[in-house]
Design a protein around this ligand. Structure first.
Ligand SMILES: NC(=O)c1ccc[n+]([C@@H]2O[C@H](COP(=O)([O-])OP(=O)(O)OC[C@H]3O[C@@H](n4cnc5c(N)ncnc54)[C@H](O)[C@@H]3O)[C@@H](O)[C@H]2O)c1
Length: 351
């Protein structure tokens, strides 16, 4: 299958592309590198030993994106490109509605025009807002608490209604829980441009000495040790879930939604202790006040993906910590090289 992967140079997208290639698919990446580094393409080529087609395209520019559909034969789309910072979305909701919602509608419009009818969308557990139950099934009530989450939910609703109106489409929304870890080669991983928002890159940067200590927001939650509990999932397991989801679309129509999580929750302190155990490095931390909007406990009911996609997360928290540490230790400054070798990247003007 020829698969267009938007945001394929990003943290999750790069791991998905590797799994797709290893499963025998052809991929075309479009990314504007606003939150990724071109060096990742070199690394992906080294891991897969395949030449990767990567186009520098801002998906919000519809005419540019249309050229991709005109020039390549595409069977399906996995859509990850977008903005993902909750705090930024609170400050700049217009950016989030344009980047995440409007761009996705334009993408689906082009898919419709060019008769590309299989679509996998990166959604998030954030659509559950403050969960009323744990584990959280896909049928749980949806209530978002910030513009980022609202745009994910709005896209899901749009996709559902679009699939109702256009029966030839087959669409799946995947609600990710908390992806962490890195490819076991240690060659690709999460490389935040500034101070990390997420727990694992923060821990690994404390371990290398780049950051002085970890802030733990709240130790008075009703959990085993007072710190918040989340469903951490290895990014490679998450990536494999996309391959299964994509393969499940063949010959089907309509819209479906799946949680991608392990179904198990770990506290922030459990993650810290596990990281210390696998790396042998003590992690300094300070306890701060709770962050507004953070929930005490969130973990998935992952039964539906197991039953309908034949997918389960296989990697343990130790695997996640070990692989995240290998990536950070091998690449203390992330991808560092900020330019792809000449002739590797295609620009829209080349088409
Ligand atoms: N990382 C998480 O914890 C998490 C959790 C749930 C859902 N998600 C969703 O998964 C997707 C991927 O997340 P990620 O963590 O890999 O983020 P990321 O920022 O590493 O990847 C996103 C990629 O999209 C690209 N991009 C952004 N805007 C673009 C545009 N207008 N045109 C072309 N490319 C553009 C970025 O350069 C980047 O390479 C996002 O949609 C995110 O909302 C992530």
């Amino acid at each position: 299958m020829n698969i267009l992967v938007t945001g394929g140079a990003g943290y999750i997208g790069s791991h998905i592309c590797i799994e797709l290639i290893q499963a025998g698919h052809e991929i075309i990446i479009v990314d504007n590198f606003i939150n990724s580094n071109m060096e990742v393409i070199n690394r992906m080529q080294a891991i897969t030993k395949k030449k990767i087609t990567c186009l520098s395209v801002d998906i919000s520019l519809k005419e540019d994106l249309e050229k991709v559909f005109q020039n390549y034969s595409i069977d399906s789309v996995i859509h990850l490109a977008g903005s993902k910072s909750v705090p930024e979305s609170l400050l700049n909701p217009i950016k989030y509605y344009l980047q995440n919602l409007v761009s996705t509608i334009q993408l689906v419009e082009l898919m419709n025009k060019y008769k590309v009818r299989q679509f996998v969308f990166s959604s998030s557990a954030t659509v559950y807002g403050t969960p009323e139950q744990c584990p959280i099934p896909e049928t749980a009530s949806l209530n978002t608490t910030n513009p980022y989450g609202t745009t994910k939910l709005a896209v899901e609703k749009f996709l559902y209604e679009f699939a109702q109106s256009n029966q030839s489409f087959s669409i799946v929304s995947l609600r990710y829980f908390n992806p962490i870890g890195a490819h076991e080669s240690g060659m690709i991983g999460e490389d935040p441009f500034s101070i990390p928002n997420n727990l694992m890159p923060y821990i690994t940067q404390v371990a290398t000495g780049k950051l002085p200590y970890l802030n733990i927001y709240g130790n008075d939650y009703p959990t085993l040790d007072g710190t918040g509990i989340r469903d951490y999932i290895h990014v490679v397991d998450l990536a494999k879930g996309h391959v299964k989801a994509l393969e499940s679309l063949k010959g089907k129509n309509g819209w479906k939604v799946f949680n991608l999580g392990t179904g198990e929750g770990y506290s922030v302190l459990q993650v810290v202790k596990t990281f210390e155990y696998v790396s042998g490095i003590p992690i300094k931390y300070h306890i701060s006040d709770r962050r507004e909007g953070d929930v005490a406990i969130s973990y998935a009911d992952a039964t539906k993906a197991k039953q309908q996609l034949d997918w389960v997360a296989e990697k343990t928290l130790e695997d996640m910590c070990r692989d995240a540490w290998r990536w950070q230790r091998n690449n203390p400054n992330g991808y560092k090289v900020r330019n792809l070798e000449e002739n590797q990247l295609l620009y829209i003007t080349d088409l």
